[in-house]
Write a protein that binds this ligand. Structure first.
Ligand SMILES: *[C@@H]1O[C@H](CO)[C@@H](O)[C@H](O)[C@H]1NC(C)=O
Ligand SMILES: *[C@@H]1O[C@H](CO)[C@@H](O)[C@H](O)[C@H]1NC(C)=O
Ligand SMILES: *[C@@H]1O[C@H](CO)[C@@H](O)[C@H](O)[C@H]1NC(C)=O
Ligand SMILES: *[C@@H]1O[C@H](CO)[C@@H](O)[C@H](O)[C@H]1NC(C)=O
Ligand SMILES: *[C@@H]1O[C@H](CO)[C@@H](O)[C@H](O)[C@H]1NC(C)=O
Length: 532
């Protein structure tokens, strides 16, 4: 069999093969040709071909007698459709129906053949005419399209849920530790010990800040940082968490001290700055949540739009997710207020692993800039390193296009050096909130997801690019990251959905993270957290 499509897409010709001299020539005509049209034509021709084949075969093999196969359908509809003259063109009526804009409402789903077999059976039993044939065919294809589309949306959402919900074993760990906190005095030790408290504000130490509500993730960041440190006795790690995670986090680090490093665990409610007066970040989040819940008419309206691509629908639904709006993500914009006595800190995300001594970060000259970060538009990994401002901000919006250059390189959160002294001279935090407001007022049309876009705006002109060695990105959204590259990077970042503590993690890359989990620990063991 041969299929020939003319370059102009006006003719689709099928040669059924040797021995059958007749062929079907489908003239698409001079009307506008869409891919959808070609698809229908091909599908249709494929059906037609089966009938023609069998029809011809039946005629020659066993004449006109027994009639129990698909061929009969061909014979019965045959004359009505193309009146035995196989080389004739397909009736205009069929095209008219196939080309009509979709009107699925007319047809009840129960009337639509669910498979090719049903379709053939129906054509066989009823003496269908060309119109019915085309209507049914079209309904069947439309139904298949609809089902496929729904399955796609489901798939994208599943991946989202898999990446944002708390897995059972992490939940277990949190509960056990919270319980330990209430029954075991050793899990409630003051952190850090009283004699270390002065170090918390001593600028001769290396201060790291980690904001997290995930105790397992935080434990890996802390132990990888300290195990690879050349001077652990000079490391102070400030762990910030929320109220609900506080006792869990506190219990873990009380029972698993990383001496000689100094670890501080603090709930947001312990910060003076946070508890007194108006906290812009909380206010902004509250408004943000309100706007998001009504965003584009809410989730049902988003799913209801049939002309939107499944991937876009999933992205829109994701924009409603509280995950992208957590205090833990927004809090870094208030580092100068949270740590009023510190001059310089390194802020770490909880989805990273540290593989080298990080004290040289304090020797990097930030040239008066506030934020030392790696850029994300240059590098061997074209897939990960392709992020410019236009990847995050909506340049169709005049507020964005008037103020920023779409091709400017973006930078990454995850491991940033913040010069708090320089920061205090700017109004970066105010700018951040100013733009958050703008975005809310314009119904999230400046950007939709996450805290990086407002960060890109607020830190604009205040960023010093640092060597990519210090922060390798992309381990959470593709598994073709070279293991050798990942092993030699100073810090690796599992940004993306496939977090190393989730089942959807990439096994090879997960090893680099799992190395810092003590699987023989009684809490880890009792919650069935396993190396792979
Ligand atoms: C066609 O045949 C099916 C059974 O194969 C039957 O249920 C249906 O009512 C028939 N339709 C028409 C229009 O005759
Ligand atoms: C559905 O999506 C299309 C394509 O993005 C858009 O043009 C249209 O306005 C949307 N319809 C509704 C009702 O939101
Ligand atoms: C602070 O921001 C405002 C408005 O965004 C701007 O007019 C002002 O110049 C900024 N001040 C400093 C010190 O950058
Ligand atoms: C981008 O901005 C334009 C202009 O305001 C707006 O029409 C469009 O919906 C925005 N795009 C998104 C994805 O929000
Ligand atoms: C890595 O994987 C992604 C998606 O699976 C692909 O698009 C990309 O081309 C791959 N990159 C390399 C360098 O193979």
């Amino acid at each position: 069999m041969q299929l020939h499509i003319s370059p102009s897409l006006r003719h689709v010709t099928v040669f059924p093969g040797k021995g059958v001299r007749d062929f079907i020539k489908v003239k698409v005509g001079s009307r506008r040709v869409s891919y959808r049209m070609v698809f229908y034509s091909l599908l249709f021709v494929t059906f037609l071909l089966r009938f023609v084949f069998l029809l011809t075969a039946m005629d020659t093999i066993d004449g006109e007698t027994k009639c129990s196969t698909v061929g009969c359908a061909g014979k019965r509809i045959g004359p009505r459709i193309w009146g035995r003259r196989l080389e004739s063109t397909v009736p205009e009526e069929i095209y008219r129906i196939l080309e009509e804009p979709g009107s699925q409402e007319e047809i009840q789903v129960s009337d639509v053949p669910q498979s090719l077999e049903d379709f053939v059976a129906e054509m066989k039993n009823n003496r269908s005419d060309a119109k019915t044939f085309a209507v049914k065919l079209k309904a069947m294809v439309s139904l298949l399209e609809k089902t496929t589309r729904e399955a796609k949306i489901q798939e994208y959402l599943y991946r989202h849920v898999a990446s944002s919900s708390i897995p059972k074993h992490l939940h277990c760990l949190a509960l056990r530790l919270a319980n330990e906190h209430s029954i075991n005095a050793n899990a409630r030790l003051q952190l850090p010990a009283p004699e270390c408290v002065p170090y918390l504000v001593d600028n001769s130490f290396f201060h790291f800040v980690l904001a997290s509500d995930n105790v397992l993730a935080a434990s890996v960041v802390a132990s990888s940082l300290i195990r690879n440190s050349l001077h652990p006795e000079k490391v102070v790690m400030h762990i910030i968490t929320d109220r609900k995670t506080y006792s869990t986090m506190h219990a873990w680090f009380s029972l698993h001290p990383l001496t000689p490093a100094v670890i501080e665990v603090k709930g947001l409610h312990h910060f003076d700055w946070f508890t007194k007066g108006k906290v812009p970040v909380l206010e902004a989040m509250e408004k943000d949540q309100r706007v998001r819940s009504q965003f584009r008419g809410g989730s049902s309206a988003i799913v209801g739009n049939n002309s939107e691509k499944p991937k876009v629908i999933a992205a829109k639904l994701q924009a409603l997710s509280p995950k992208y709006n957590s205090v833990m993500n927004h809090i870094r914009i208030h580092l100068p207020e949270l740590f009023p006595s510190l001059n310089k800190v390194v802020f770490l995300d909880d989805d990273i692993v540290i593989q080298t001594d990080l004290s040289p970060l304090w020797d990097i000259d930030l040239g008066g800039k506030v934020n030392g970060a790696v850029e994300t538009c240059r590098g061997d990994d074209k897939f990960v390193m392709s992020k410019r401002l236009k990847s995050y901000l909506n340049f169709s919006h005049p507020l964005i296009s008037e103020n920023f250059d779409p091709n400017e390189c973006a930078w990454a959160y995850g491991m940033n050096i913040f010069d708090l002294e320089e920061w205090r001279k700017t109004n970066i935090s105010a700018t951040y909130h100013y733009w958050l407001q703008k975005n809310l007022k314009s119904d999230l049309s400046l950007w939709q997801l996450g805290t990086l876009p407002p960060g890109l705006i607020a830190f604009h002109g205040h960023v010093q690019i640092i060597d990519p060695f210090w922060h390798m990105l992309g381990l959470g959204y593709q598994d073709n990251t070279s293991i050798a590259d990942a092993e030699t990077a100073g810090v690796i970042h599992f940004n993306g959905r496939a977090k190393p503590w989730l089942e959807i993690a990439f096994p090879e890359l997960r090893r680099l993270w799992a190395k810092y989990v003590d699987f023989s620990d009684k809490f880890i063991k009792s919650c069935h957290i396993r190396p792979s």
